[in-house]
Write a protein that binds this ligand. Structure first.
Ligand code: AMP
Ligand code: ZN
Length: 115
């Protein structure tokens, strides 16, 4: 599994930077966004250093599917019942700030801070 020693999400996955972790398995880690847009704002992050959605290929199909399937499960566990929003920002024009693939999952009662 590839890692970038300068990448903040690789450091969170390795446990060298703290996070409010809600889920972890061999391939994925999920933690609360440090600047939430919504009452519940999670980031679903592959542990492997994949730069962005643009890098995904057929070999990542199972991993990407697992990220997608995990989102509603975690929202249910967090008590989110009124729906949620998933966002993947990709590249400069997509507004991506952390260059390690992540899926935002936001939910909870509105109004939200953003989004
Ligand atoms: P994006 O614009 O999609 O790259 O979003 C990056 C997200 O990562 C932003 O919503 C940040 O608030 C969040 N973020 C950055 N650093 C941390 C951190 N140390 N712990 C949790 N979330 C973070
Ligand atoms: Zn990384």
């Amino acid at each position: 599994m590839s890692h970038d020693p300068n990448c903040i999400f690789c450091k969170i996955a390795a446990g060298t930077i703290p996070s409010r972790k809600v889920y972890e398995d061999d391939e994925l880690i999920v933690f609360h966004d440090i600047a939430p847009w919504a009452p519940v704002h999670l980031l679903i992050v592959p542990k492997a250093h994949i730069v962005s959605h643009a890098e995904l290929t057929d070999e990542h199909a199972a991993l990407a599917g697992r990220m997608m399937v995990l989102a509603p499960k975690l929202m249910r566990e967090m008590g989110v019942t009124g729906g949620f929003r998933t966002v993947i920002n990709t590249g400069r024009d997509g507004g991506q700030e952390v260059m390690h693939l992540h899926m935002h999952v936001m939910g909870g009662p509105r109004p939200w801070a953003r989004g």
